[in-house]
Structure formats: C-alpha cells, structure tokens
Design a protein around this ligand. Sequence first.
Ligand code: UDP
Length: 164
Amino acid sequence: FGNAVSAHPDPIEFTLALIKPDAYPAKKDDILQRIRAEGFTIVKESEVHFSADVAKEFYKEHVGKPFYETLVGWMSSAPIYAMVLSKGGAIKAWRALAGPTNSEKARETSPTSIRAMYGKDGSENAVHGSDSLESAKREIGVVFGHDFAASIEPPVAAASSAAS
Ligand code: UDP
C-alpha cells in the first residue's frame, strides 16, 4: 500500500520463445536486445532446425486448420532460434512483447511490438510464445527435451512429500 512495488509480485514462470525463419538470423540481435530490456532471463538458448515430425508435434493443437501444413513446412524449412525465458509473469509478458499474431494488424495496434517491427503478415510473424503454463511446459519439452522441462518445474512432489 502506497508502495509502487507490488506486495504480490507475479510468480516466476518459464516460457518458450522462438525466433521463426523470417526473422532468424537477421533479427536475432535486435530481438534479444528487446527481451533483455524487458528484464527476462534467458535460461536456455539454442539454434534448432525442426524436422517435419517435430514441427507437427509442436503445432499439434492446429491439426486440421487450413494453415497447418504450410506452417509445419515453413517452420521446418530453415533453422530457428529457441529460448526458454524466465521472469515474473513471463508467459503473458512475452506474448505482450511479441504482439498480436498478425504482424500487419500489430503494426496498427501495437507498433512497437516485435511482430509489428520484424514480422511480415498473419503467417510469417517473427516469433512464437507459449500461451499458458501447460503449453509452455509441453513446448519446452518438445524443443529442449522432457528432462529439461521437468528440471525447471516447481518441485511440487518434493514439497508435498517433505510435508507429509
Ligand atoms: N498462423 C497462420 N495463419 C493463421 C493463424 C496462424 O499461418 O490464420 C500461424 C502463425 O505463424 C501463428 C501460428 O500459426 O503464429 C500459431 O497460431 P496461433 O493462433 O496459435 O497464434 P500465436 O499463438 O502464435 O499468436
């Protein structure tokens, strides 16, 4: 109360960020600068090249949609840059920094967002960001392995067994 710093800061989260083929490698340095300026910690980062099978698994929630095959083909067509980002409220914060899905619309409504500045249209939009805790965990597992994803989970089981 009366303090600009919240007494209830957002809990620390992990989220998956990808720099997609239209922006990698050309815009990598600019995008990393934006990420650091917003106070994210990059806890894991690597260039990756999705196989078609990994791209299909990554985007499985979109199976059957008209853009699915093109999206999978595009995302497996060239290397991308994958990162696990962390800070309080990271999932929502990274999607806000990325901006609306469609880069053309983003240029109207969120002109300083990453998709507005570095993306092309409604398909080639520079970056990806997980949309929930559940999808962040799943996507980090698909890209960096399930052991790594499990290693950054809060130790719920350990805490509850210690308390019992
Ligand atoms: N996408 C597309 N056409 C569409 C909608 C989405 O090509 O009409 C692509 C675009 O690259 C988008 C991705 O599919 O980032 C995943 O779509 P989603 O609706 O989950 O958007 P996001 O969560 O990436 O903003």
